[in-house]
Design a protein around this ligand. Structure first.
Ligand SMILES: Cc1cc2nc3c(=O)[nH]c(=O)nc-3n(C[C@H](O)[C@H](O)[C@H](O)COP(=O)(O)O)c2cc1C
Ligand code: SF4
Length: 500
């Protein structure tokens, strides 16, 4: 008799259950709630040390060790004001849909992780920062918060959901804190362990000028010289991993994955694949397998030309498909895992279309606080657009390269570096093709739409098509005002003050 052949699968169900949890009772029946119970029975330090031992790394893009982050934030705690906890559910990276998927099928794990974080930080408030356009996820979160509150999980911790703006920069953690404080998503200089949500004036004698500028706000310190508290910000998927680590232990967490990247990673695969999708895979799975298992394999007849890791890291080429999904393996080839959103580009797409599309996305999403990011970024996008349209010459390509060298000067956040890294990697990987696009009279091609995913389900993936009309000033007006988003906001504030 022939034996059953089991297909090897690297799919796991630590964060994404095989069947979505419809109710809190489903989650509890599957073992949910035990992490919170365990965390409340031990000291905050014990919780943090277990998390550090697990080797969990932040899934928001940078892969920063979560235990180290928690220890640092706790060391900056204020003697008088509570630290806050923020769950980053702003998910705007092109090609990424994993956080919304986790919230849809398992909001309880995210909230349990956040409550454990609150216990470890002695926090009394949690904000889940999502977007107003994520209506289903917002509803799911609010329903789950009602359930856990009714079940007595929250104790004296208040949990709120913030429906934030659509901008990509809103996902940058300091920009997100600005939004929580009622301002536009413009990144701060001070990191969250120095400046949290509660604003504290320099001393009792000081008067807050109301400018909201860092100069008027006191910073959290490791000594008792300031009452300002820090804030802990973690990504949805990071939080969703915490409860099981505390319930089952660091060793259990490390039983899958690699030594430097333990556990699983929730990947999104879109582009030239049969079935765009999201799947939870073991760290160490190859990108090729991820494309098969999460994306159903390539479209019939398609060959991989490139794979974009969102718009955050260098582009991968077809000869790199056997790279493991782990922070160390992606770093070893000069790229990064980012938020594990992979956009597969087929060989019928021109390199200049992708470069112009990625550049346009990053130029439009720049806030304009740093002049080179805004101005060089806009020029790069413009020149690449001309190249895609067959309207450029070699001097334009030379200018693109020159501007890529200066765009990061004085950059406050990573967006400018992303622009530099993504576009440079495309120009280098497809140098001959790009040079041909910069020859006068080259065949025009469309600029590829690189934008956030609006929707992804069994029916397919849908990009946010409205992005095509978004201007550099963040309006959807017919023409761009020529002002950066930050200039427009400053004008608006001046008018308000004049009126008042
Ligand atoms: C332009 C930009 C956009 C970002 N967008 C997101 C996002 O949508 N979601 C997210 O969790 N992190 C995003 N990040 C990373 C956050 O700043 C931060 O590193 C993360 O929330 C930390 O959580 P973690 O330690 O759990 O990864 C973004 C960063 C940048 C520079
Ligand atoms: S680097 Fe760009 S996006 Fe980031 S703060 Fe400066 S101008 Fe804004």
């Amino acid at each position: 008799m022939t034996e059953l052949v089991h297909l090897e699968t690297h799919i796991d169900n630590r964060v994404l259950p095989a069947v979505p949890y419809a109710t809190l009772a489903d989650y509890i029946a599957a073992g949910g709630g035990k992490g919170l119970e365990a965390a409340r029975a031990v000291s905050a330090e014990t919780v943090i040390e277990e998390l550090a031992a697990s080797g969990l790394r932040g899934r928001g893009g940078a892969g920063f060790p979560t235990g180290v982050k928690w220890r640092t934030i706790r060391s900056f705690a204020s003697d008088t004001l509570n630290t806050s906890v923020v769950v980053n559910a702003a998910e705007g990276e092109p090609g990424t849909y994993k956080d919304r998927t986790i919230i849809r099928v398992n909001p309880y794990a995210v909230l349990e992780g956040a409550l454990i974080a609150a216990r470890a930080m002695d926090a009394k408030s949690i904000v889940v920062a999502t977007k107003s356009e994520f209506t289903d996820e917002g509803e799911r979160l609010r329903g789950a918060i009602s359930e856990i509150s009714a079940a007595g999980w929250c104790n004296d911790v208040e949990i709120g959901v913030l429906d934030g703006p659509s901008e990509y920069l809103y996902g940058e953690e300091t920009a997100l804190l600005e939004v929580i404080d009622g301002r536009p998503p413009f990144p701060r200089i001070a990191p969250p362990f120095r400046r949290g949500i509660d604003e504290v004036v320099k001393s009792d004698a000081d008067v807050d000028s109301g400018s909201g500028l860092p100069a008027d706000v006191r910073m959290a310190t490791t000594d008792a010289s300031s009452a300002a508290p820090p804030v802990l910000v973690n990504n949805v998927e990071t939080m969703a991993n915490v409860a099981a680590i505390i319930a089952k232990g660091a060793e259990w967490f490390r039983s899958v994955g690699t030594a430097e990247s333990p556990g699983t990673i929730v990947c999104t695969i879109t582009g030239a694949v049969r079935k765009p999708g999201v799947a939870e895979l073991r760290m160490g799975t190859s990108l090729r397998e991820a494309i098969d298992q999460a994306g159903g394999g390539l479209l019939p007849g398609a060959q991989v030309k490139a794979v974009l890791v969102g718009v955050s890291n260098t582009v991968l080429t077809a000869d790199q498909l056997d790279t493991e999904l782990s922070y160390e393996a992606m770093k070893a080839i000069g790229s990064g895992l980012g938020s594990a959103g992979f956009i597969v580009v087929g060989d019928n797409t021109a390199a200049v279309s992708i470069a112009a599309g990625a550049s346009r996305f990053l130029a439009v999403e720049s806030c304009g606080q740093c002049t080179p990011c805004q101005q060089d970024g806009a020029e790069i996008a413009d020149l690449l657009g001309n190249m895609a349209g067959g309207q450029a010459g070699p001097e334009d390509l030379a200018m693109v390269r020159k501007r890529l060298g200066t765009i990061t000067t004085g950059a406050r956040c990573s967006l400018a570096t992303q622009h530099q890294v993504v576009v440079s990697s495309l120009l280098d990987a497809f140098a001959d093709e790009i040079e041909a696009s910069a020859e006068p009279g080259s065949t025009p091609v469309d600029i590829e739409l690189i934008a956030a995913l609006e929707f992804l389900d069994d029916q397919g993936a849908r990009l946010d098509a409205s992005f095509a009309a978004k201007q550099l000033d963040w309006t959807y007006d017919e023409s761009d005002s020529g002002k950066s988003p930050v200039e427009r906001f400053t004008d608006h504030r001046t008018t308000e003050t004049d009126d008042g």
